[in-house]
Design a protein around this ligand. Sequence first.
Ligand code: NDP
Ligand code: MG
Length: 382
Amino acid sequence: MKIISVLGSTGSIGTQTLDVVRNSEGKLAVYALSANSRADLFEQQIREFRPRIAVMMQEEKALYLKQQVVDLPVKVLVGMEGLLEAATAAEVDTVVTAVSGSIGLEPTLAALNAGKNIALANKETLVAAGELVMQTAERNGCSIIPVDSEHSAVFQCLSGNENAVKKIILTASGGPFRGWSRERLAEVTPVMALKHPNWNMGAKITIDSATMMNKGLEVIEAKFLFGVDYDQIDVLVHPQSIVHSMVEFRDGTVLAQLGIPDMRIPIQYALTYPERWENRLPELSLAGKSLTFEKPDLAAFPFLKFACSCGQTGGTLPAVMNAANEICVHAFLAGRIKYLEMHELVERTCQAHQVLEIKDLDTVLTADRWAREYAASQINLG
Ligand code: NDP
Ligand code: MG
């Protein structure tokens, strides 16, 4: 039996992870769960999965939750301290990092330092501090198995051939505004951007998909996970989301991984690797389907190229870009800035930043905090 902690269990990846546990016939067990705001759903999860630790980030909600679950033998913890305990508990084998945003960085590093394997959904962690995270994993002999569908695909295609890679080709759905001009994008509202054609995801990543910042974050994620250079990573738009990514090898062979667009498949694989377990998900049916590929429109979606250039500069710049983007996405969702302003503000924040080399976690956290404050101050000026 594998014992897991799920950080962010009330979210899209978190609930799907629990679905995988539910269907594992007792081969997966939950030791700790964490939530931020959704106390009622969290209580249901605690009743069903009986974790020993339940972390509620928000203090008031934690007080409420404590009263709701007094009848259960669960320890209710609060805030970052609680997350760190959930990530490092001695009983846990694997930590699923399914929180949204760079808040996942500290618990991920703590988990690695405690010798835990990571099933990594929280890409912002690798964007903010990829080198630090990968080095910490290596030093502690831990594996980081990707949950992100593209990276799970690459991971599976690479298997055994890591030294013969020529190129990684990440596929992208193109989001809800594929084919739109920059002028037309000026009119995009949060309601329009929250409708993704193929995937049902949390709000933050759905907006990132609509701006293609998500693919930019994924390029940086791939760079660190697979140890390749930026010029070895290409992006192809594949609107059907069936081919989850590809790897081209030096002999000209290209391997691709295909599947229905359902995150439970890569989540399950991250938890069962190197085994493959059965499940009850629908089969992929290809008959009569056409699979198409096209180049991304970098003029309409400048975030993709911008994120790659921040990645190339390195140091604290990707952390700053990511933090500013988090602020902008939340401001866009709250109706405080327009769709096109997200790019302007993230770019302005990056330009104002004095890039530093990342020496330790503190350097990253300071840069992240600075970027949040700077981006927020620009929004308040506007
Ligand atoms: P959701 O917004 O659906 O869920 C986020 C989870 O994190 C929730 O449990 C939420 O709690 C919790 N959370 C939010 N803010 C905080 C915080 N400040 N402190 C602690 N916990 C917090 O996100 P997703 O599940 O969509 O995404 C999670 C991660 O996985 C992201 O990094 C995303 O990029 C990545 N990912 C997601 C995919 C998807 O299909 N959804 C695909 C590939 C990667 P609560 O709900 O209680 O407020
Ligand atoms: Mg993805």
